[in-house]
Design a protein around this ligand. Structure first.
Ligand code: SAH
Ligand code: SF4
Length: 426
């Protein structure tokens, strides 16, 4: 529903500022509160300015946020985006401060249709489900996002086609717990079948997905990596969180170290070149030094290509918030540092063998760097990714016409988190 606003890059020109927020860790929440304070000052110069907060902090705080931030006009939850035009109208015409954050029932939930994109994007995210039914003890997501609702598979396919018509070559299928896709809908395909349907969309080159939970990592999903789905990239992000069974139990993850390792083995059996990454939480309540070391051992055993690691932060309403957050911040910081230092070494070792190899890169656009590793000026440098999700930068000889193409690039140097390469003659 059009409500008569146009986008601007300049906040001081805006009559409506909406912040989309994350509350998965408290740091994100603090950042959002200080950003809100900064935007509130713009109200001194513009009486028309309306300020709104959406996303997970909105969902977590609801009306309380209006009390905490007196300059805030609207609060809307992730399920209420379709009502946004009415909320803005009420705030503007009736001068009301409004908060709507309730979850819709699954049959009331409306997917906002994806429109034709004109941004020239090569890789696009496509939400295929919302919410989470897992209730891991540390996690706020089930409280801020509600229960799982899968998007009808026909709509996923149709939206993939729309993206491809807009020039997109790669889709990243998104869900909090994406591999449980379809479990909430009778007669709908499950996740591995959805992958096959998306794989059939002509013109699409690559498929990725995130985030998976080990609990729903079925043998059918593992088999999807056996090479039959040509567009499915050899990359799997499978958050493990901890290498200690005691911690996994307290985290309510529903698997053991052994069953996780077995899944990794099966995935590597189906697809030996698969690149794996994971999430780690250090300093969960009660984590002893030796339990932490089990996580270190796990990293050494599995040798993920990449990890995302976090210090535990207590979140409201979660089961873990009833435990004492007893690991001192310095201990959490030290454990985080150890995990990251070890992983930096493993990542470097995983990247070294790429040197001299020719890899297929999907070119996404200009890179942030214009200099090659030896310091020489390169004019235009492009960036893209391997199928295994490593970033590759390369000199493009002044041509930006290569964006969106799949090119062969020879890796000449491994940097900390990316490769540098040379375009092969075609
Ligand atoms: N659905 C995904 C993860 C969603 S949140 C899964 O099942 O794994 C992304 C990551 O944030 C989590 O994997 C976890 O490592 C981290 N995280 C979530 N809650 C956290 C908390 N309270 N403290 C620290 N890290 C947290
Ligand atoms: Fe949170 Fe992921 Fe667990 Fe769901 S599965 S509760 S999103 S960590």
């Amino acid at each position: 529903k059009p409500i008569g606003y146009l986008p601007t890059d300049d906040p001081s020109m805006a009559d409506l500022v909406l912040l989309n927020t994350c509350s998965v860790r408290d740091k994100a929440e603090h950042k959002m509160m200080s950003a809100l304070g900064r935007y509130a000052r713009l109200k001194e110069y513009n009486d028309e300015l309306l300020l709104g907060v959406g996303g997970c902090v909105a969902s977590q705080e609801g009306e309380r946020l209006l009390r905490k931030a007196p300059y805030l006009d609207l609060v809307f939850g992730p399920d209420n985006i379709a009502q946004l035009p009415d909320l803005v109208f009420a705030a503007r015409q009736k001068n009301e401060r409004v908060a709507i954050t309730e979850f819709l029932k699954r049959d009331e939930y409306e997917w906002i249709p994806l429109e034709h994109q004109s941004s020239g994007q090569v890789s696009a995210m496509l939400t295929v489900m919302k919410g989470c039914n897992k209730f891991c003890s540390f996690c706020i997501v089930p409280f801020t996002r509600g229960r799982e609702v899968s998007k009808p598979s026909s709509l996923v396919v149709q939206e993939t086609k729309t993206l491809v018509e807009s020039g997109v070559k790669e889709v990243m299928l998104l869900g909090q717990n994406v591999n449980s896709y379809g479990r909430d809908r009778r007669g709908e395909p499950k996740f591995p079948e959805l992958l096959a349907m998306v794989n059939d969309v002509p013109g699409l080159e690559r498929i990725r997905f995130t985030t998976s939970h080990p609990w729903d990592c079925t043998d059918d999903l593992i088999r999807a990596f056996d090479g039959r789905l040509g567009k499915l990239c050899e990359y799997f992000h499978l958050p493990v969180q901890s290498g200690s069974d005691t911690m996994l139990k307290k985290m309510r993850r529903g698997y053991t170290l052994e069953s996780y390792l077995h899944q990794v083995e099966k995935l590597r059996g189906a697809c030996p070149e698969i690149s794996m990454s994971t999430d780690i939480i250090v300093g969960f309540p009660g984590e002893t030094e030796s339990q932490f070391e089990e996580t270190i051992n796990l990293l050494e055993t599995v040798r993920f290509d990449r990890i995302f690691s976090f210090a535990y932060s207590e979140r409201p309403n979660t089961a873990a918030s009833r435990l004492t957050d007893d690991i001192a911040p310095v201990v959490k910081a030290e454990r985080l540092q150890r995990v990251q230092a070890l992983q930096a070494k493993i990542t470097a070792e995983a990247m070294a063998p790429y040197k001299g190899k020719v890899v297929q890169v999907l070119v996404e656009g200009p890179s942030k760097h214009a200099f090659s590793p030896d310091g020489s000026w390169n004019g235009l440098q492009l960036t893209g990714r391997t199928r295994t999700n490593f970033v590759v930068n390369f000199a493009a000889g002044g041509s930006s016409g290569l964006v969106g193409q799949l090119l062969d690039v020879k890796i000449t140097k491994a940097m900390q988190n990316s490769f540098y390469g040379e375009l092969m003659e075609t």
